[in-house]
Design a protein around this ligand. Structure first.
Ligand code: MG
Length: 300
């Protein structure tokens, strides 16, 4: 032990023994006393006005609330899942391992106004893209969301670049976060896994090996239109396997191949989520979505 200004900081031996003895007595009491009387009942002091907040405080800029305003609405209670990555209590579960009842193909040609039963195969708690069966759309529509998706590229590597484990998460059926086997698979940067396809490469390549399950946690803000033109772009925030790869990045328009994206036409505030059929087998599981709340929404 170091000494301070020449004096030893070492405690006398008798103090050490007393310390150990008291510690031992406390430990013995803790295990010897029956449950319920090990600790005195907690004491909760009576509430005061200050516990609810203050109205003699300055106003928060741009709001109608004082700092610590007692009248400010309290957020809704959401019960988080017991395991990381599982759906919280207010999520819309789009796939829980059992069936594709919340999904459909969009008909084409004469069936263009029809929803068709999914042809993708469900097995062992996941489903797999059906090559050339068409992309899959959620039956429900969404706008601003938090989305959790788990996916896996084939463990047997086949193809390269864009032909290896290609699928995609299309928010609103229009704005793609790329799904691709990007483990030692070179392609153009704005087309690799987790890219805002054709616009922004991810901030990092957090790819797991082929066949391993990967997670996307996406926060998507839908664009806003007024008088036929865009007044606020879409934004993507993405965590890939827990690594932030987009930090509220502006999306310049709906995903397009070999061209500059642009918001050429207004669209609905909510549209179906789409999973892309790119003619490669890709597996999905544990998909859930939450509509984003807004600040200071009235209490229900
Ligand atoms: Mg794709």
């Amino acid at each position: 032990m170091e000494s301070v200004r020449g004096r030893s900081t070492k405690p006398p031996a008798s103090a050490v023994w007393m310390y150990l003895a008291i510690g031992g007595l406390v430990a013995w009491l803790a295990q010897a006393l029956p449950a319920g009387i090990q600790t005195p009942a907690g004491s909760v002091p009576p509430r005061t006005a200050a516990d609810d907040g203050f109205t003699d405080t300055p106003m928060l800029p741009g709001t109608s609330w004082h700092v610590h305003d007692p009248a400010r609405p309290h957020p809704a209670v959401v019960t988080p899942a017991t395991t990381p990555g599982a759906a919280p209590s207010d999520a819309v579960v789009l796939f829980d391992g059992r069936d594709l009842s919340r999904w459909a193909h969009h008909g084409t040609g004469a069936d263009s106004d029809k929803l068709l039963e999914p042809k993708w195969i469900v097995r062992d708690g996941y489903f797999e893209t059906g090559a050339r069966t068409g992309s899959l759309y959620s039956r429900e529509s969404f706008g601003d969301v938090q989305l959790h998706v788990e996916w896996a590229a084939p463990s047997a590597v086949a193809g390269n670049s864009q032909g290896r484990g290609n699928s995609g998460i299309f928010l609103m059926g229009l704005y793609e976060i790329q799904v691709l086997d990007s483990y030692n698979n070179k392609t153009y940067a704005d087309g690799q896994a987790a890219a805002v396809y054709g616009q922004w490469p991810p901030l990092a390549n957090a790819a797991r090996k082929p066949g391993e399950w990967q997670t996307y946690d996406i926060v998507f803000e839908a664009p806003r239109f007024q008088d036929g033109r865009v007044v606020k772009a879409a934004f993507q925030t993405v965590f890939w396997n827990g690594v932030v790869v987009h930090n509220r990045k502006e999306v310049i328009g709906p995903t397009i191949y070999r061209a500059v994206a642009q918001y050429s036409a207004p669209h609905a505030a909510e549209l179906p989520l789409m999973l892309q059929d790119h003619n490669n087998p890709v597996r999905f599981r544990n998909i859930w979505v939450r509509r984003l709340g807004r600040y200071d929404a009235p209490e229900k």
